[in-house]
Design a protein around this ligand. Sequence first.
Ligand code: GLU
Length: 555
Amino acid sequence: MDNMKLAELLFPDITKAPEEYDSIFPVRNLAKDARVTRLAPSPTGFIHIGNLFSAFADERMAHKSGGVFYLRIEDTDDKRYVEGAVDTIVNALDYFEIQFDEGAGITGESGEYGPYYQSHRAEIYQTFVKMMIQKGQAYPCFLTEEEINEIRAKQDSIKANPGIYGEWAVSRNLTYEEIEENIKSGKPYVVRLKSKGAAQADPDNIKTITVADAIRGDITMPENNMDVVILKATGIPTYHFAHVIDDHFMRTTHVVRGEEWLSSLPIHVELFETLGWDHPIYCHTAHLMKIDEEGNKRKLSKRKDPELSLDYYRKDGYHPKAVREYLLTILNSNFEEWRIANPDADIDEFEFSPEKMSNSGALFDLNKLKDVCKDVLVKIPAGELYEFLAGWAKEFKPDVYSLISKDRGYVERILDVGRSGNKPRKDLIYGEQIFEFIKYFFDKHFVIEDELPANVSAEDAKAILQAYLDSYDHSDDQSAWFDKIRNLGTELGFAAKPKDYKKNPDQYKGHVGDVSTVIRLAVTGRSQSPDVWEIQQILGADRTVQRVNAYKDKL
Ligand code: GLU
């Protein structure tokens, strides 16, 4: 077979020599250890926490090493293309402070290694497919779907491995004339790699390859022997081929991708070898898992778990800093230890390393995220927190926005309740929750939510509230205020200390805690809240007295 002639027959329009691409996409001028990483999503419009997880690893690896992190859009499957998907990706990641240095972007592409959309790179791919044809490393295959099914059925019946390889790869043997004939008659065809891998016939003597994965260490797998499709009938490459060309010419040093790609690693290794290039360092991340309601560990699912979508965190108002902090706890096993040793350090100071990533199902736990949020939010000054809350509300809760933007000083004081001192309260978690938590400060949202304590009758509660009003002095400091509560409680038959009540429950109606709860209910509508004195100071004397009166009258 004259391969040169065959290549011309198949790709008459491809005229560039492959070598030209070496000068079009020169080796990047970066420090020796700089890492070049990429996020390579399909533009399906759905961006999930797994994408953020990978992107965060990519971004850390690139930016901690003085390298480059770029966005490549893998849009070879046009069925899955969704309009605006790039904006969604860029905006979603930007919210979590992840920015690309080059690649696809909202206002177009930037960088010297593009195009960054695979759909615009057909000529590059075809140049290398043509080269492989010339070298006898690839061939056109005209098998129809039915023929492939027949082959599969035969393989099944003799218990041979399924697929197009070795003797089953019948199009390998076509003559030039036969191919020409097929082409002339318009028969569709794909281009397949002519794999050099041996048929793995002898199970005791399987040929293997070993690849050093940055997360998993050395991985040994059977070598590839499949004549995989590299170019589809449409002239568009498969993922296998496209990523090899792109990661080589975009000069990617590290490929972070999900473990679902692990099984095709031997194909990728063979493709890199065939093209005469070193493959990048692969980092196969573990799936994000959760423990479901039944206590089973399973993969996060698009259908069942709304927390898989990144939108979820924005809509509910999770602070990006907290999500970043949490993701690092699952990304790198030594992060939490580092955080304990460096409680106030900027997260960017942490040395991220792929070797410290889990290789066995990283557990994603919303409750743990909430705990991390509490720790992170308690350190954010009230002014900054206000801005975050207002930004979130403006986008997702306009009515909340109009309420909180009326008096910024008031809301900042609310957000700061109980947060000073050496044991600050960690009540604030995420936008939606924060508003729920503080909404009683706004008359429009103030309602009595809870019941009186079981041991306090409505009559007693009325008496407590009347006595409270009689003695109320807004300028009392916290201890004078509490002394008054204790005194009025004892006068009405409540023990001054819970332990006195516990010892002699028959002698009292309850204890000072019950008295406070009645007042708390009147002022906040809830039986639990931060310090009532502090709350009253923010509400002001008039509003406090008015609420206590209103509750008293309602009882
Ligand atoms: N387009 C592939 C995906 O979305 C990318 C895999 C990779 O990062 O190489 O899964």
